[in-house]
Design a protein around this ligand. Structure first.
Ligand code: SF4
Length: 329
């Protein structure tokens, strides 16, 4: 982090896994990230089940400021939600005592496959349309800091671990050749890394979405336990009882880079105004994003369009963008 903090600015730094709460010193990462990126939103994405092991976490989050917890819901079955109730209770106590902010992400609604199959039998999709694979990819702006290097995305960063664990087919060899960015890279290499969208490695991912549901990810489900399930809170009641500050579906697409090159140059705000130009507004936004200068924000103001403008804009910028719209009267 120390070395990269001199090279890149970070809007949002997520601590995730696997499951980050398995790490015994999770809380210590919060001030560490804050030290290196003072303005970043620090977000711990967790399934919540081991949060109780981290009694120092809420005070660390409070001391850090601009830090929160995203409780990722992996299943909406009543058994699963029943097991989450102690997590909600814990978060309620943390909010009361420390002001901890927690959000519920309905992650299970948006699971899609990155690899075709699992374990030793998994294969790259190779649908022959890496651009389309990238367009629908939820990981497309989730750069990973792994082994001291910057990776395009999690699936590439951790493919080597899959290889170490399973005897993967040679079909994966081209993707295992992917070269992450070293911290001693040139400015040009860093710019190129941040600017590139699809690349050949994206061929390993599907060009159309492959949703799937996880089985209930709990280890113990006894017959008597299941008999009790009729009496547990239904999902909405559990969620409504959650001590969370907001609830949202997990965004399918993250539409903005969360990192950029550190620049002494100014941060530029580009304002796009639109009314009934659905045909052009998407191209305009794409053009802005394609430029080499990366230290900017794009604000789209839609003035009561009655055509498809809003859908086009939201389609490209569903998250982490500022879209101001008003309804036609
Ligand atoms: S390789 Fe490309 S399409 Fe696949 S997960 Fe990474 S960014 Fe997404």
């Amino acid at each position: 982090m120390a070395q990269w903090s001199r090279r890149i600015a970070v809007d949002e730094f997520r601590l995730l896994g696997g499951e980050p709460t398995i790490h015994p010193n999770l809380a210590a990462f919060v001030p560490l990230v804050r030290k290196h990126w003072p303005a970043a939103l620090i977000r711990i994405v967790t399934n919540g089940f081991f949060l109780h092991r981290h009694g120092d976490l809420p005070s660390m989050l409070a001391a850090s400021g601009n830090a929160d917890i995203a409780l990722s819901i992996h299943h909406n079955g009543s058994e699963y939600l029943k097991r989450l109730q102690p997590v909600f209770d814990l978060l309620a106590a943390w909010r009361r005592d420390h002001g901890t902010i927690a959000n519920v992400w309905q992650s299970h609604e948006n699971w899609t496959r990155r690899y075709n199959g699992s374990g030793a039998a998994m294969l790259p999709f190779e649908d022959g349309n890496p651009r389309q694979s990238w367009e629908i990819c939820p990981a497309r702006h989730c750069k990973q800091l792994h082994d001291g290097k910057l990776w395009k995305c999690g699936p590439l960063a951790y493919l080597g671990l899959q290889k170490a664990k399973y005897d993967l087919s040679e079909k994966w060899d081209p993707y295992l050749q992917y070269q992450p960015l070293d911290v001693n890279c040139s400015e040009q290499e860093l710019d190129a890394f941040l600017a590139v969208e699809e690349e050949s490695a994206c061929s390993m991912c599907a060009a159309k979405s492959h949703p799937f549901s996880l089985p209930v990810p709990l280890r113990q489900a006894t017959a008597s336990g299941e008999a009790d399930l009729d009496n547990v809170a239904v999902p909405d009641r559990v969620v409504l009882a959650a001590p969370v500050d907001s609830q949202r579906k997990t965004d399918v697409l993250q539409n903005k880079q969360t990192i950029s090159r550190h620049l002494d140059a100014p941060y530029v705000s580009i304002v796009v105004v639109n009314r009934d130009y659905a045909e052009y507004v998407g191209k305009t936004i794409t053009s802005i994003r394609a430029q080499s200068y990366s230290h900017f924000e794009c604000i789209v103001v839609d003035n009561a369009s009655t055509d498809d403008s809003h859908a086009v804009i939201q389609g490209q910028y569903r998250r982490r963008s500022q879209v101001f719209g008003r309804q036609a009267r």
